[in-house]
Design a protein around this ligand. Structure first.
Ligand SMILES: Nc1ncnc2c1ncn2[C@@H]1O[C@H](COP(=O)(O)OP(=O)(O)OP(=O)(O)O)[C@@H](O)[C@H]1O
Length: 255
């Protein structure tokens, strides 16, 4: 559904992404993990067309995305930090985005709006919101248009435990519908139940892209955090080729 082919992005001399290749398919929940500054957000923004890579090609449903915008209608994006006009209320922001999407008659998914009891907050000014409530607004907007693809950049950061569980349940429900979900988080325990595949970036390089079950089997660890730690400690030598996949320079390309 999405393929990233030899993507490179430099900020001055720094390689934020260095020859990254991978493909993503329906039904996958790919956990994109790696240290601060390893290139996760840059990869996400490149897929969304917000960042322009210096080299390589990104395809959505087979079509190169450069100078294309329509494909974004199929993506729900939850940014790391949601920025909204300060002088608008939550209700006005939601209405504005509905108008921009201009999908009159389309089915809206307002499940999160209800679960977060946001109807009661629609009149609140964005300026006055706590970080967690702002994050809930971002979550509501990401899921609102029932997109085929969800890209969630640290979605649980700042959410309280209940709001986190509500969001995880929602992600799980969308996964069951066969959607493609890309998610970054430093809270690996949040990803444990959701993840089908793990992608590990370091210094802009893709070091690992592997089904989670396989990773757990190879490392003998049942938790994502421990499995990643084991692979890192071993210098990635525990990785074995996946049937149907080719490992090349630590990258796994699914056939
Ligand atoms: N607009 C920019 N201008 C200059 N450097 C940038 C810009 N955006 C990102 N970078 C740099 O690119 C590198 C990758 O950043 P990126 O935000 O993709 O990392 P990340 O893995 O998402 O980090 P984190 O876990 O902290 O969110 C970092 O060194 C960052 O400072």
């Amino acid at each position: 559904m999405i393929s990233v082919e030899h993507i490179t992005k430099k900020f001055k001399k720094l390689y934020a992404l260095d020859d990254v290749s991978a493909s993503f398919h329906k039904g996958q929940v790919v956990s994109l993990i790696g240290p601060n500054g390893s290139g996760k957000t840059t990869l996400i923004k490149s897929i969304l067309g917000i960042v322009q890579p210096d080299g390589g090609t990104i395809r959505f449903s087979g079509q190169a995305i450069s100078n294309q915008y329509q494909y974004r209608d199929q993506i729900g994006y939850m940014p790391q930090i949601g920025r909204y006009p300060d002088n608008m209320t939550i209700g006005q922001v939601i209405d504005m985005i509905k108008n921009i999407r201009n999908n009159a008659g389309a089915r809206l998914d307002e499940e999160l709006l209800e679960s977060y009891n946001m109807q009661a907050l629609l009149g609140k000014n964005m300026r006055s919101l706590s970080g967690g409530t702002r994050q809930k607004v971002s979550a509501v907007l990401a899921f609102l248009f029932d997109p085929d693809v969800l890209i969630l950049d640290e979605p649980t950061a700042g959410l309280d435990p209940l709001a986190t569980e509500i969001l995880k349940d929602k992600i799980m429900a969308e996964k069951e519908k066969g959607k493609l979900i890309l998610i970054t988080s430093h809270i690996l325990s949040d990803l444990d139940e959701l993840t089908t595949d793990v992608m590990y970036l370091q210094d802009g390089r893709l070091r690992l892209y592997q089904p989670i079950e396989e990773l757990k089997e190879l490392t003998g660890e049942s938790r994502l955090g421990r499995a990643i730690a084991a692979v890192m400690k071993s210098g990635y030598t525990q990785l074995q080729p996946t049937p149907g996949a080719i490992i090349k320079n630590m990258e796994v390309h699914y056939a």
